[in-house]
Design a protein around this ligand. Structure first.
Ligand code: IMP
Length: 207
């Protein structure tokens, strides 16, 4: 359905070519995706989603905290083309400690009764092992949605756990197995405001 842009073999852009605060620059290897490219790709994903949810009874769930910026941008491009309101909810899924997945997923913050009979769109920033979204999708299905689709901005396909069942309907970019920050994604709460997607230096998360 979606045609993700594959940047797994792409060289990083030089940090000197972009407006990035010096303190953040020191911690990055380079820029993988500049803001303008991400924004336009997200607008295109929004067009596809708008077509499929035009008359829906839609519930759009933001997976906090990393997807917040993506969710906002995506829905800004979906909303003007739909004929109904969209119900907005968010959910918190925790499986990460720094850059390592703990393998255990905790899900909080949603009244699951809101899911029944709805066309549910889950909006996630990045799929890594895929275990978080597989667990979340499984839990949502237990509450009888009319339909369930997933939009994710970034897919680290090489890292997928064989037990992960998740297959997103809309994907922005396929990225290499490197730890990325910016465009809402963080490392221990930092770098979310960086407008581009940058690659974090290994020495920062191996300290
Ligand atoms: P999964 O269960 O391994 O797919 O984990 C997905 C979650 O891991 C995402 O929602 C992010 O919070 C986090 N994550 C995975 N890779 C990265 C990364 O490169 N940067 C920031 N967060 C990441």
């Amino acid at each position: 359905m979606s045609h993700p842009i594959d940047v797994r073999n792409q060289q990083l852009y030089d940090l000197e070519q972009f407006a990035v605060p010096q303190a953040v620059k020191n911690d990055l290897q380079g820029i993988l995706l500049p803001q303008g490219l991400i924004d336009n790709r997200v607008a295109r994903m929004g067009e596809e989603i708008a077509k499929n949810y035009a008359y829906g009874n839609t519930l759009a769930i933001c997976v906090l905290n990393g997807a917040q910026h993506f969710y906002q941008q995506l829905l800004n491009s979906v909303f003007p083309s739909v004929h109904n309101d969209i119900q907005l909810e968010s959910i918190k899924c925790c499986s990460y400690d720094g850059t390592k997945s703990t393998g255990e997923v905790q899900i909080n913050g949603l009244d699951f009764t809101a899911v029944r009979g709805k066309n549910v769109l889950v909006v996630e920033d990045i799929i890594d092992t895929g275990l978080t979204l597989s667990k979340l999708a499984q839990k949502l299905y237990e509450h009888d949605p009319l339909s369930l689709e997933i939009a994710c901005l970034l897919d680290k396909r090489e890292r997928r756990n064989p037990q992960a069942t998740v297959k997103p309907e809309y994907t922005g970019f396929i990225i290499p197995d490197r730890f990325v920050v910016g465009y809402g994604l963080d490392f221990n709460g930092r770098y979310r405001l960086l407008p581009h997607l940058g690659v974090l230096k290994e020495e920062i998360y191996q300290k």
